[in-house]
Write a protein that binds this ligand. Structure first.
Ligand SMILES: Cc1cc2nc3c(=O)[nH]c(=O)nc-3n(C[C@H](O)[C@H](O)[C@H](O)COP(=O)(O)OP(=O)(O)OC[C@H]3O[C@@H](n4cnc5c(N)ncnc54)[C@H](O)[C@@H]3O)c2cc1C
Length: 376
């Protein structure tokens, strides 16, 4: 393997991409400083549904990357043994009974890729997946993917950071908004809000939804389709559901503390955006999500809200991940993607490989930032 002269890296952003890359870099002997504006995991990674999957239809390249992502979680699970923050109890999904229902097509697609999938009628769901009110499954049936799972990202981030600092990595939290410093067409470090400069041979920008605006400061273009999202966490409840549910009106995953995390497309749309940039969540929206979740859970339990997280969910303009070095600014790497739970471990591994070796990894070939370069 060709090694470059990169011996020090500054990473801006302590979400899953920044932290995963940080630990991979220190494992390779690189000196790493990780800067975050607030406490770690205070962005999307702290309020994510975190369903580990490659279900439904997408490009082959994106599917392969996601499968590699799930593979790395499997390896981690095997290494750690049972932990309450990482689970592979499968995922169950169904669609509304309307013209957009794609369950049959999705199932055929998935089995064509050997993606583990079972097409179940409502009657069959009951005996296969514990904790579901199968009466809610529509007539087209559901897909059960036994190989899927979920992760609690703040727990994973804590484990990774323990290793990172144990190997000498430096974490600087509550540092305010940092920026990448570029000199003579090269990233030379990062400066915090107070003006402290951290020099390095390369910089990784992993600031979640802030990535497009921050690269724009350096004259670079990454298209952005970031929406506002809402994740509601219930109070703990004794319930048999272990799988992740993705249903027409709500997605549900278990949490480490015996509660459920909930989200839905319609609830995101109900989030209020205030002129000062903050967000408002109506009680009615939270109650609506709890109600929709109760309907699809066996026994229709009464669910209570323990907390909710609201904020931006990073999504690139074309929906595909954005990973790698900016072609116009050497040493300036970016990580910006949806599905960052599924991709978190593999993205850190491949980005560290690229930073240290200077080689562009073929698995990231379709996900380069330069695809957004303005056509003149
Ligand atoms: C509601 C919801 C549901 C989701 N569901 C799934 C799912 O089911 N499956 C899946 O795989 N993925 C899912 N995702 C996506 C996944 O959670 C994200 O892709 C991932 O968490 C993004 O991680 P990140 O490191 O890019 O960003 P973040 O976690 O946002 O981290 C970026 C960090 O950078 C910090 N920062 C920003 N600007 C600066 C600055 N200038 N200086 C210093 N620090 C800065 C932020 O405060 C933050 O801590 C979901 C996300 C949400 C929100």
């Amino acid at each position: 393997m060709r090694e470059t002269s990169i011996t020090s890296v500054v990473i801006i952003g302590a979400g899953i991409f920044g932290v995963s890359s940080a630990v991979q870099l220190v494992r390779r002997g690189v000196s790493v400083t990780l800067l975050n504006d607030g406490p770690v995991a205070n962005g999307a990674s702290g309020r994510s549904l975190s369903w580990l999957n490659s279900s439904r239809m997408r490009s082959d390249a994106y599917h392969r990357l996601r499968m590699a992502g799930i593979d790395r979680y499997r390896t981690l699970a095997a290494r750690l043994g049972p932990v309450e923050w990482l689970s592979f109890e499968g995922g169950l999904t169904w669609d509304a009974d309307d013209a957009a229902n794609e369950i049959d097509a999705a199932y055929r697609h998935e089995i064509s890729l050997a993606y583990d999938a079972e097409h179940l009628s409502a009657g069959a769901v009951e005996g296969r997946v514990a904790g579901v009110d199968a009466r809610m499954v529509t007539q087209q049936g559901a897909i059960f993917n036994p190989g899927e799972g979920w992760v609690d990202l703040p727990s994973l981030i804590k484990v990774l950071l323990d290793e990172f600092t144990g190997r000498g990595g430096v974490v600087v939290t509550d540092a305010g908004a940092a920026r990448v410093v570029v000199e003579n067409g090269r990233a030379v470090g990062a400066a915090t809000a107070s003006g402290t400069m951290f020099s390095a041979d390369a910089v990784l920008l992993a600031t979640g939804p802030s990535v497009p605006a921050m690269v724009a400061e350096a004259g670079q273009q990454i298209d952005d389709d970031t929406p506002v999202s809402l994740l509601v966490t219930t109070k703990p409840i004794a319930h048999p559901l272990k799988a992740v549910l993705n249903t027409p009106r709500v997605a549900i995953r278990p949490t480490p503390g015996g509660a459920f995390a909930l989200d839905a497309g319609w609830s995101e749309e109900e989030v209020e955006r205030h002129p000062d940039g903050s967000f408002g969540v109506r009680q009615q929206t939270v109650d609506g999500l709890l109600d929709e979740a109760s309907k699809v859970l066996a026994g229709n339990p009464t669910l209570e809200c323990a907390s909710y997280g609201v904020g931006k969910k990073p999504i690139p303009g074309d929906g595909d991940p954005v990973f790698g070095e900016l072609q116009a600014i050497s040493g300036y790497f970016v990580a910006f993607s949806h599905s960052g739970a599924t991709l978190g471990l593999i993205a850190g591994e491949l980005l560290a490989h690229e930073i240290v070796t200077g080689e562009r990894h073929p698995m990231l070939a379709d996900f380069r930032p330069e695809r957004f370069a303005r056509k003149v």
